[in-house]
Design a binder for this molecule. Structure first.
Ligand code: DGJ
Length: 721
């Protein structure tokens, strides 16, 4: 009998439907399967865990060789440098990004992790590593989301020694690309009002760090990466990608070693990090999710969108479609009061709005951004009878009521700060740096956490609030913490407490929905997304700028969570785009209106009413369908995005012309994701007539769109017959 016939008997049987994880006791290999990828790790003869494969699906376990352990190439090139070690402790002859680094009570730092044991339960694999001498354990947890094509990694370090240790770095894991060179990295950078700018650059030997040290996820970088072989496009090419679920200081290191290994290590930022672990204590990393697409960046995005919808967002696929929202901020700024909000609510309801959100200005002495943050009681001049009359009126108009809060902050000019100056982050008696005239509360403290939970719980109990817009308008500064053994723990504990407050609130108020806002897109990641329904994409609501921001945002994040408002012009810059263009830009996500409706003309109202009605017809497709980015705003003067519903029955094309020269007619736009054999009825949004085309024609020849002049736009709705 051939050896390969014998080998299957040495493997744990692959029970699809029960487990997508195989184990070969003979080769000490684990093979993880998803619908679109496979991932393999194994134990080498020294007991180290080696990554053996990450890429497209495999079906034959026999193909994966056992881990060899490599060899010493020279005294300067130890074996640990040339193998793909799955989770490196900083110890022995290791010089790359460590996945975990500690200091013992006696100052010893050496940590060498060897395989100790493992368990497989359903789609969960736990591999326990142990220091070669001490009772320091690291458990690597892998979860396979087989249908979505995603693998989740977390790492847990446990101190079972009799001495305290300090953890100086804990990463969630490392992802290895196939051995080689010529890779390219994609990521987003940005700043306030200019988030999610997509960047692509070649990976060369060395280390590139994407990170955030500001306390929240940050506008500057977002915790995800994509790596391709240098030439992937929207729909073609192999792309490896990953995203962290952490809303505090995070770090992703992209390394190409001189041995042509390319790997991405990510987790808690090591900057100013320390987590003491007493005997018996443990620390868990945030999750790092990874996937593989053989269908380019578009395939990557669709996979991540589906994953967010099914496995990350609260209530998963049971969650309702996002309602059309109105937000008062750009209309009134801080000048909110009951008559003004009632007037806006009436107008919003007539347009078809379903959720009315009152933004900043309703509490304390909040007439501008100099005072009031921290005093979460209704301003009696603006709302003499409290919030009930407004909230009830909004409800009587058939809308849900939402309220803006910024619970993590305090203005020095507030009763809260006067009562508890020590609650604000500070470093001894050194000056406290204000930004937007506010300080950050030290939410790592238990008493502050309880206070904030109490405030929000009271609001949610007292008023019929369906939705909190939870804002956070500045990064940390002077992150001191008095009377604790390790002040650096603030970074970690702060985020844990934000999560805890939201989790408790949601448990107590099951109908409550939350929007994550941090001056726009400063807190968007897979950690906060487990707890919120929407995010505020950017404070920049200028429609043409938004096309670029939404393009970067959509790389990782689903349109359903991408809150997008139609606002007035000019806005942020001198550009004055037509109202229809602004609507069509915003209709590509969770549609909202943020304009001053008092200034709209009857024609504006009519257009808005029609657009909102049209949006309701297509929103399931937009919010939960498959996105095809046909033409990028980063190139050319035409942007086009297409959405196809999950059942394939509806598709929507949005097209935008930025500028037109020489009266040139845009070329036909070739559609994607349709059934070539099916016939589609095509209707231009806003027009009555329809035409019919086959999917083949629409995808091969394309569809002509009538666009003329700067900032013209159109949308086509396709129904499969
Ligand atoms: C920043 C947010 O991004 C805005 O939408 C608005 O809520 C303001 N804060 C209010 O201060």
């Amino acid at each position: 009998m051939r050896l390969s016939c014998l080998l299957p008997f040495l493997f744990t049987p692959l029970l699809f439907g029960q487990s997508h994880i195989e184990y070969s006791a003979a080769k000490k290999i684990w093979l993880l399967h998803t619908e679109s990828s496979a991932y393999a790790v194994g134990v080498n003869p020294r007991g180290e865990l080696e990554n053996l494969y990450w890429g497209g699906p495999l079906w034959r376990q026999d193909d994966v060789p056992a881990a060899t352990g490599g060899r010493e190439l020279s005294s300067f090139d130890p074996p640990q440098s040339v193998i793909n070690e799955e989770f490196e402790g900083w110890g022995g002859t290791r010089y790359l990004e460590p996945a975990v680094k500690i200091t013992r009570a006696d100052g010893g730092r050496d940590l060498v992790l060897h395989y100790a044991s493992h368990t497989i339960q359903g789609d969960d694999l736990k591999i326990v590593l142990k220091d070669l001498k001490d009772d320091l354990f690291v458990t690597l947890n892998y979860h396979v989301y087989a249908a979505e094509g995603i693998i989740r990694k977390t790492a847990l370090i446990e101190n079972k020694t009799r001495q305290a240790i300090s953890v100086e770095s804990l990463q969630s894991g490392a992802w290895y690309m196939p051995h080689g060179e010529g890779y390219r990295l994609s990521y987003v950078t940005g700043r306030w009002a200019a988030e999610s700018q997509l960047t692509r650059e070649p990976i060369h030997t060395g280390t590139k760090i994407l990170e955030n040290r500001k306390g929240h996820t940050s506008h500057n970088f977002n915790p995800w990466f994509a790596v391709d072989e240098g030439s992937a496009s929207e729909e073609n090419g192999r792309v490896w990608f990953g995203a962290l679920g952490w809303s505090g200081n995070w770090r992703i290191a992209v390394e190409q070693t001189p041995y042509a290994q390319v790997r991405v290590t990510g987790g808690l930022n090591t900057f100013d990090f320390a987590a003491p672990l007493k005997p018996g204590e443990s620390l868990e990393s945030p999750p790092f999710y990874g996937g593989f697409s053989a269908e380019g960046f578009g395939g990557m995005s669709r996979r991540m969108h589906r994953f967010e919808l099914t496995d990350i967002l609260p209530h998963g696929l049971e969650a309702r479609l996002r309602p059309v929202l109105y937000n008062s901020w750009e209309a009134t700024t801080f000048a909110v009061d009951e008559p003004g909000q009632r007037a806006l609510a009436e107008k919003a309801a007539k347009l078809g709005v379903e959720l009315f959100v009152m933004d900043d200005g309703w509490f304390g002495k909040r007439n501008n951004d100099h005072a009031g943050l921290g005093d979460w009681t209704v301003n009696p001049q603006k709302f003499p009878n409290g919030l009930e009359p407004l909230a009830n009126y909004v409800k009587s108009l058939g809308m849900d009521f939402g309220l803006w809060v910024e619970p993590e902050m305090v203005n020095p000019d507030s009763d809260l700060y006067r009562a508890h100056p020590d609650w604000a982050m500070h470093s001894g008696d050194r000056p406290r740096s204000e930004l937007r005239n506010q300080l950050v509360l030290n939410l790592a403290r238990g008493d502050v956490r309880e206070y904030i939970f109490g405030v929000l719980d009271k609001l949610a109990t007292q008023y019929p609030i369906r939705y909190f817009k939870w804002d956070m308008n500045r990064p940390f500064a002077e992150p001191g913490w008095e009377n604790v053994a390790e002040p650096k723990e603030l970074w970690l504990q702060y985020v844990k407490n934000v999560y805890e407050i939201i989790d408790r609130l949601r448990a107590k108020h099951p109908n409550l929905e939350i929007e994550s806002c941090s001056g726009g897109g400063g807190r968007i990641d897979l950690g906060i997304l487990r707890r919120v329904e929407e995010v505020w994409t950017s404070d920049n609501t200028e429609a043409f700028d938004r096309l670029g921001i939404q393009y970067g945002f959509s790389q990782m994040n689903a349109p359903k969570i991408m809150s997008a408002w139609v606002t007035d012009v000019p806005n942020m810059n001198d550009r004055s785009t037509p109202l229809k263009y602004r609507f069509l830009v915003a209709m590509q996500g969770a549609l909202g209106v943020g304009a001053n409706l008092n200034k709209w003309t009857p024609a504006d109202d009519k257009l808005a009413t029609d657009m909102i009605a049209a949006y309701k017809r297509i929103r399931a497709t937009v919010q939960e369908g498959n996105l095809y980015r046909l033409l990028s705003p980063q190139s050319g003067e035409l942007t086009a995005n297409q959405y196809v519903s999950q059942d394939g029955k509806q598709a929507v094309l949005f097209a935008f012309l930025h500028s037109q020269q020489y009266r040139q007619t845009p070329p036909p736009i070739r559609l994607a994701g349709l059934d070539a054999k099916a016939i589609y009825r095509v209707q231009v949004l806003g027009l009555l007539g329809t035409q019919q085309f086959s999917g083949a024609y629409l995808m091969q020849n394309g569809v002509s769109v009538r666009l003329a002049g700067d900032y013209d736009s159109t949308a086509l709705i396709l129904e499969r017959l």
